[in-house]
Write a protein that binds this ligand. Structure first.
Ligand code: NAD
Length: 497
């Protein structure tokens, strides 16, 4: 059985732990590897290496750090097919979707190539007579990232390229369900010229996460995952005086107005609800049918959901792959059972989906519920599978209230031809990322990604300008040289003359 180790100080690191977790191919249900689960000491060793590498890396001119990023970009492009196949083999999503997610990660690397421009500070000559003042942003030290299973390349790449380009060193703890992609990315970054110790990968579970939270040499933690763990990370990082951004779960709504281009809305919803088997934090899991459009929307959706091509991620015909694990499949199916019990109308039932040759894979067909109401658990909770709930709303105001009353605030879309509805919606919705006739409004790398409410704990969103702020500290220097005005001791609050 293949063992997946850690990657510390530029090489494979086995650590002292004897504990392992199984890694599966979700399409076949077969175990493909075992991954080491780091102990506290293993994590501390990785942090120690990152700490040793910090001074020299932080002092490299930003242009030199950018050149490593340029080379890394080239290597990702060269190895895109291999990286994509790794994602498919451990996550299960279909090849083109996996490749798209790698590209969205690559775009952050491209943004990080511009780091010399982004780290330029501000300068004021003569804030007072012969006194100058300037502000700079400096790296903060050893940063850590803890990432979820659903984007094994993209989410780690929201974090470490930005942190490293800003001059920090980094310890990444990827999901133990699909850890191989992170290791390969770290190898490529080493080939791109990154000094040893600047990027380290430790595999593990709660013990490794707690070790990162408790290590006083870790200055900042970026987390992406479910809301209960995001809250735990946020609270404990604050307790340990660390900077923290913790992105959590979601329940993204798509408001379908009666005046919209229905075909466009239905196609948008199909990709957003069932792409990646609904295992996206920006997946749309609730369609809000406004006014009289509900029956037409449900019948158009039903035909397409029934026709969904579910299969192995490497099969070019597949539109949707399996779920990530057997346990997750059982959880998603149990939510569909619950929806039926709660009284929602199950229009398309994908629970008994079987694929010849892949009977042990974690497949489920697309599921569609109609007449879901806001007090049902299938409406309130994140299912994270290919299950779309249609809720009916009398008018725009009722739809907007549903969106704003929900505990999550990651993404939302509205489909309408009316500019006033679109603009009012984007102005009033209490959500971090908004699409107008765009089903999955994931911001590009040069903007920043993040939700509101219980979808993000902390102040700063990921990557883009917010990423630069998160991974740097502001310092302001005020200076006067002896040739300037000499002054006597002053015992009052200094003001500039
Ligand atoms: P998860 O919360 O189970 O795991 C995320 C990370 O936390 C993993 O590295 C895991 O090892 C670690 N972890 C798990 N349990 C822990 C515990 N008890 N203590 C400490 N660490 C623990 O999430 P997941 O199932 O891997 O990913 C799916 C979730 O991530 C969904 O809720 C999804 O919405 C969310 N997500 C959010 C975003 C976003 O940008 N907001 C993006 C992607 C995924």
């Amino acid at each position: 059985m293949k063992t997946i180790h850690h990657f510390v100080n530029g090489k494979r690191f086995s650590g002292e732990s004897k504990r392992v977790s199984k890694v599966f191919n979700p399409a076949t249900g077969e175990q493909s590897a075992e991954v080491k689960l780091a102990t506290t000491k293993d994590v501390n060793d990785a942090v120690e290496n990152a700490k040793k590498a910090f001074d020299s890396w932080a002092n490299k001119p930003p242009l030199q750090r950018a050149r490593v990023m340029f080379k890394f970009k080239e290597l990702i492009e060269k190895n895109a097919d291999e990286l994509t196949k790794i994602i498919v083999s451990e996550h299960g999503k279909v090849y083109e979707d996996a490749k798209g997610s790698l590209t969205r990660g690559l775009e952050v690397v491209e943004y990080a190539c511009g780091i010399p421009q982004m780290l330029k500070g501000e300068f004021t000559e003569n804030v007072g007579s012969n006194v100058d003042s300037w502000s700079i942003r400096q790296p903060i030290g050893v940063c850590a990232g803890i990432t979820p299973f659903n984007f094994p390349a993209m989410v780690p790449m929201w974090m470490f390229p930005m942190a490293i380009a800003c001059g920090n060193t980094f310890v990444l703890k990827p999901s133990e369900k699909d850890p191989s992609c992170s290791i390969r990315l770290a190898e490529l970054l080493k080939d791109a010229g990154l000094p040893d110790g600047v990027l380290n990968i430790v595999n593990g579970d709660k013990e490794a996460v707690d070790a990162l939270i408790n290590n006083k040499d870790v200055a900042a933690i970026s987390f992406v995952g479910s809301t209960p763990i995001a809250k735990y990370i946020y609270e404990n990082c604050a307790k340990n005086e660390k900077r923290v951004q913790a992105l959590g779960g979601a329940k993204n709504h798509c408001v379908v107005m009666p005046d919209c281009d229905l075909e466009q809305a239905v196609n948008g919803l199909m990709g957003a609800a069932y792409g990646s088997a609904g295992e996206r934090c920006m997946a749309q899991s609730v369609a809000v049918a406004v006014g009289g459009i509900g029956d037409k929307l449900v019948s158009s959706l039903a035909k397409k959901v029934e026709a969904l091509k579910v299969g192995h991620g490497m099969d070019k015909q597949s539109e949707m792959g399996p779920l990530v694990t057997k346990e997750h499949l059982a959880k998603v199916k149990s939510y569909v059972d619950l929806g039926v019990k709660e009284g929602a109308k199950l229009v398309v039932d994908g629970r008994n989906y079987k694929i010849q040759g892949y009977e042990n894979g974690y497949f489920i067909g697309g599921c569609l519920f109609d007449h879901v109401s806001k007090d049902m658990r299938i409406y309130k909770e994140e299912i994270f599978g290919p299950v779309l709930s249609v809720v009916r709303a009398k008018n725009f105001d009722e739809a907007l209230k549903l969106v704003n009353d929900h505990e999550f605030g990651n993404g939302v879309s509205i489909f309408t031809r009316d500019g006033d509805s679109g603009r009012t919606f984007s102005n009033k919705a209490k959500i971090g990322m908004i699409g107008i006739n765009i089903p999955i409004p994931v911001p590009m790398a040069f903007h920043s990604f993040g939700g509101w409410k219980r979808s993000l704990f902390g102040d700063q969103h990921m990557h883009g300008p917010e990423g630069v702020r998160f991974y740097t500290k502001l310092k302001t220097i005020t200076s006067r040289w002896p040739s300037g005005l000499r002054s006597d001791p002053e015992f009052v609050m200094p003001t500039m003359k």
